[in-house]
Design a protein around this ligand. Structure first.
Ligand code: AMP
Ligand code: MG
Length: 489
């Protein structure tokens, strides 16, 4: 990282713009966060603050800003309007408990949304209280930062403060506000909102804005809105392939939780898979397994089809032709996803070259892992441990291993290069469910943040096994299906 740019005295480095607020009024509502009783800093992300051009040392001691009690210089808060297909059903939504303070322009010329989550009611709150509980906000902090360290596009977490107020879920819990940093909060659901209102002007403004903000190289394309759809599909395909390659299960892949930027967004009931099983689901309310690990690629395609539908009026003046164009685009998703998935899996096996049987090689390993209920993360990681690979004293594995070794010999790279490639793609640590729970209960029930801080340190270097204690890489030992995550966040 380059040396941070000098920060004007007293400014803390805030450098806001408000391009989203200049979009048509149907896309946002202007209002301020609701102040809370007693803001207290729980965790603050120094490295992220610095990369945003913020004065980390000063801001760490200003919980009032991250609670919404005091607006940072130049902010102009708003709630974004959006819709979404939730578990397949269309609903009007919007930021029911979040407020965008503005877009921070960083010293390197990037633009990031700064959003408070849990900042009080908005016109979109419906029956919700506009608030968030400490546990789920710390959970989002931990998992989003872990995803970032894994190299997976994601929103980030700048701070969590407690509010000194209680929130009521099934029980009374300490309230908190998370500061979320995102390339933007434009969702598939944002397009659905404009489309559902039949507001073609807003729809086109939003599409053109998204192109400028996230895909500027496509603005001059011959058919820019089709190019937008295709580019979003490409990023989603790559993102979901990355999820599959580390066993990440988002848990609530509704269209309002799909970001056009290609970042992972909305960490609710998400969790990492232990034993490999495509049917794995953690979310307590996902009884049909709609968002199970193995369904994530198809669901992504389904969500992108909703985006294509919303974009129809921009794809062609003739509706039939627009539908044809959209269908052709959406049909290509499977191939695009599989290309990304296979190249991710090839890397995990240390392959540099391409062979026709590579897919079969990966698939037979996965079949074996499923039969053995092998831990997904550790099984892949152990393949990179040379001599120690033969942990699996099993004839099916031995056969597979021989095929894999033969395949490795048909490429020119050295054993060292192979090992390095594997270790760069198969993490030694992921946020293990029981380690996350341990950190959260220490923080929430005992006010002890040290367990979470240590976990965050370990998760910041997921590919580096040298520092990892076995405690962080061991599976939970829970029976499959025993761990449940909850949406009531
Ligand atoms: P999520 O499940 O977090 O993606 O949220 C889905 C929708 O519910 C979004 O419109 C949220 O703003 C809204 N929502 C979630 N929790 C609350 C809450 N406590 N108060 C108001 N709105 C909420
Ligand atoms: Mg959401």
């Amino acid at each position: 990282m380059s040396a941070p740019a000098p920060i004007a005295p007293g400014s803390s480095g805030w450098n806001f713009d408000h391009s989203y607020a200049r979009l048509p009024a149907m896309l946002h509502e202007h209002l301020e966060p609701t102040p809370v009783k007693e803001p207290r800093m729980v965790v603050f992300n120094h490295a992220l603050a610095q990369s945003l051009g913020l004065d980390a040392a000063a801001l760490e001691n200003q919980p009032a800003i991250f609670a919404g009690n005091q607006l940072p210089d130049g902010s102009s808060p708003l709630a974004q309007a959006y819709a979404g297909h939730q578990y397949g059903h269309f609903t009007g939504l919007g930021d029911g408990r979040a407020i965008l303070l503005g877009e921070q322009l960083t010293p390197t010329g990037e633009r990031y949304d700064v959003q408070l989550k849990g900042s009080g009611p908005t016109p979109f709150s419906r029956r919700g209280d506009g608030r968030a509980a400490l546990g789920p906000m710390l959970r989002e902090y931990i998992i989003s930062e872990a995803m970032f360290a894994l190299g997976i596009p994601t929103t980030r977490s700048l701070a969590v403060v407690t509010t000194g107020e209680k929130v009521f879920r099934q029980e009374s819990l300490p309230g908190a506000v998370l500061t979320r940093i995102a390339a933007s909060h434009i969702r598939v659901g944002t397009f659905e909102w404009a489309a559902a209102h039949g507001d073609r002007v807003a729809l086109q403004a939003l599409a053109d804005y998204t192109l400028r903000r996230h895909y500027p190289e496509l603005a001059s394309a011959e058919a820019p809105h089709l190019a937008l759809l295709e580019a979003v599909m490409e990023r989603q395909a790559r993102l979901i392939a990355q999820w599959q390659c580390v066993g990440f299960i988002h848990g609530v892949m509704n269209t309002d939780n799909v970001a056009l930027s290609g970042e992972t967004i909305d960490y609710g009931p998400c969790a990492f898979m232990d034993a490999f099983d495509p049917a794995t689901v953690f979310s307590s309310i996902d009884r049909q397994g709609r968002y199970a690990y193995g369904n994530q690629p198809q669901i992504a395609q389904w969500n992108l089809a909703r985006l294509a539908e919303a974009l129809l009026p921009l794809l062609h003046a003739d509706e039939k032709q627009a539908v044809q164009i959209a269908n052709t685009a959406i049909e290509s998703f499977k191939t695009t996803f599989e290309r990304h998935w296979l190249s991710g899996m090839q890397a995990k096996l240390g392959l540099f070259t391409e062979e026709a049987d590579d897919r079969a090689l990966v698939e037979s390993l996965l079949v074996w892992m499923q039969e053995q209920k092998a831990d997904f993360t550790n099984a892949f990681r152990s393949l990179s441990n040379d001599g120690k690979t033969m942990l699996y004293d099993d004839p099916a594995f031995t056969t597979w291993h021989a095929q894999w070794q033969a395949r490795l010999k048909r490429q020119p790279q050295s054993a060292d290069e192979v090992q390095q490639r594997m270790r760069a793609h198969s993490p030694a640590v992921i946020p293990r469910n029981h380690k996350v729970e341990e950190a959260l209960s220490a923080a929430v029930e005992r006010g002890d943040l040290s367990v979470m801080q240590r976990l965050l340190e370990v998760l910041a270097k997921p590919y580096d096994a040298s520092e990892v204690q076995p405690d962080y890489s061991a599976p939970s030992g829970l029976a499959p299906g025993a761990y449940q995550t909850f949406c009531g966040t």
